[in-house]
Design a protein around this ligand. Structure first.
Ligand SMILES: NC(=O)c1ccc[n+]([C@@H]2O[C@H](COP(=O)([O-])OP(=O)(O)OC[C@H]3O[C@@H](n4cnc5c(N)ncnc54)[C@H](O)[C@@H]3O)[C@@H](O)[C@H]2O)c1
Length: 356
């Protein structure tokens, strides 16, 4: 097992939670509370080992600090994982045990949905814990966060179009979407409404069928490989992480990459390869922050209109990232990190000023 102190040198706190009777084995990682309580979802996943779970939660929680900072939220970064298969292990007792552990953190960590957890689960956790977002609409929650995630990705794409072509419209452009699940489906609708030609692919046939019945003008190809190789103006990875591999970057004809998937860069250095090929990459955590904005709004008593207004700001934030990238002569992914780090430093520092 890895040494947690060596792996988590940047993290403030890592908490291991164990409840043998319900089978709960969870890890909560708080990366930073410089800007506020650490908000991030709970991933319920059958990790092959505790080590794998630890690596994932540390990476994911760090990513949340950057996402919240760049989105201008008063939130830090955290994430939690529950180890096990949600289909067989999830129970009321386990979720409530987990809720009690989250409660012990006194609000330093606020949880939400992620892979393997849903709004209904958040309602159960909330029976033991006050620091829960992403709850069902019936319980005052924001509901499905993919609505504003897709809207935010569309705003990021408009900013990228402005930087690449001098127009904020995607009309007349061909946009390829890999993955038409919750986010990709909404994104396709925004694009069609804007006058773009949309080409999609998904490994899950019912997802494609549902989209085509809603938007009959959308074209379909058989695989992500085919999509990447076809003539595109914009490529939107909306399935899994690691979408931008060496091969994909070599093959792409698109001028812009802008999609919802987290952790799109397959390895460090890919951001430079994209820039060298003249492909404008809109950093994933910059453009996919709409969902975080939506669940964060719940902390103030959810208003969809207020959250939508904030998600509209992703257009300006993405523009700023491109401007800084140009000014500093670095890829946009590096510029986004610099902007996020600057805000954590400058605004986080103010907490050192004692207020009576
Ligand atoms: N839902 C949100 O609010 C949100 C917020 C931020 C980031 N994201 C990220 O956006 C991505 C999409 O999220 P979602 O909520 O739409 O998930 P989802 O599971 O609803 O949809 C993902 C879709 O991708 C498809 N897919 C999987 N592997 C594929 C492959 N190899 N090629 C083509 N399609 C494939 C799946 O069949 C599914 O239809 C994820 O990476 C997620 O982490 C989502």
């Amino acid at each position: 097992m890895s040494d947690v102190f060596e792996l988590a040198t940047e993290h403030e706190q890592v908490v291991f939670c164990n409840d043998q009777a319900s089978g709960l084995r969870a890890i909560v990682a708080i990366h930073s509370t410089a800007l506020g309580p650490a908000l991030g979802g709970t991933r319920f996943y059958p990790y092959p080992s505790t080590d794998a779970a630890l690596h994932d939660v540390l990476n994911l929680s760090r990513g949340m600090s950057y996402k919240a900072a760049l989105a201008g939220l008063d939130l830090g970064g955290g994430k939690a994982v529950i180890i096990g298969d949600p289909h067989t292990l999830k129970s009321e007792a386990l979720l409530r045990a987990y809720g009690r552990f989250v409660e012990t953190l006194g609000g330093r960590y606020v949880t939400a949905c992620d892979v393997g957890t849903y709004s209904d689960d958040m309602d159960v956790i909330a029976r033991e814990c006050s620091h829960v977002t992403g709850r069902t609409v019936a319980h005052g929650g924001a509901g499905d966060s993919s609505v504003l995630t897709a809207y935010g990705v569309f705003q990021g794409m408009r900013a990228a179009a402005t930087a690449a072509w001098g127009t904020d419209s995607l009309a007349g452009r061909t946009v390829g979407i890999s993955g038409v699940g919750k986010v990709g489906r909404h994104l396709a609708r925004h694009l069609v409404d804007d006058g773009a030609s949309v080409v999609v692919t998904d490994v899950y046939a019912p997802a494609v069928a549902a989209l085509v019945s809603e938007l009959p003008g959308v074209a379909v190809v058989g695989s992500t490989q085919q999509l990447v190789a076809s003539q595109l103006d914009v490529y939107a990875p909306c399935a899994l992480g690691g979408a931008l591999t060496d091969d994909v970057v070599e093959t792409l004809s698109a001028r812009i990459v802008c999609g919802a998937a987290n952790n799109q860069l397959a390895h460090p250095g890919i951001e430079k390869q994209l820039a060298d090929r003249g492909i404008l990459y809109a950093p994933d955590y910059c453009v996919n922050a709409g969902g975080l904005i939506q669940v964060a709004d719940e902390l103030e008593g959810f208003s969809f209109e207020r959250a939508r207004q904030r998600a509209t700001g992703i257009f300006e934030t993405t523009k700023r990232v491109f401007e800084l990238a140009d000014a500093d002569g670095v890829p946009p992914a590096v510029a986004a990190d610099r902007l996020a780090e600057r805000r954590m430093r400058e605004v986080g520092r103010l907490r050192g000023v004692w207020v009576a």
